[in-house]
Design a protein around this ligand. Sequence first.
Ligand code: SF4
Length: 106
Amino acid sequence: MSHVITEKCVGERYATCQGVCPVEAIHAADYNNEPFMIIDPETCIDCGVCLTECPIGAIVSSVDEDPKWAQINKDLVAKYKGSPKPPVRSPNDPPKKAVNKLVNVK
Ligand code: SF4
């Protein structure tokens, strides 16, 4: 099992999660030419530290919570593992997507 980055991250990519992961399981990716982050399910140790770091709640704690995006994370690992670290957006930076504005920003 693994934590999973969901559709909410597409087009947002705060990247606040990447720096807290103790095993470097989180990588920058693109999805449909939009910025995204993925979690490598083979590396993730399910520590949960990243969960609260995402200001828009884009991470879920199990594959069962979002099997579709779990598969997308997994499928993108081969292409994006070890990709350059992206700039980190401030958690106070308002979300770009309207749907994410419904979530309280830290
Ligand atoms: S749950 Fe822990 S190991 Fe897995 S991606 Fe998040 S911070 Fe990294």
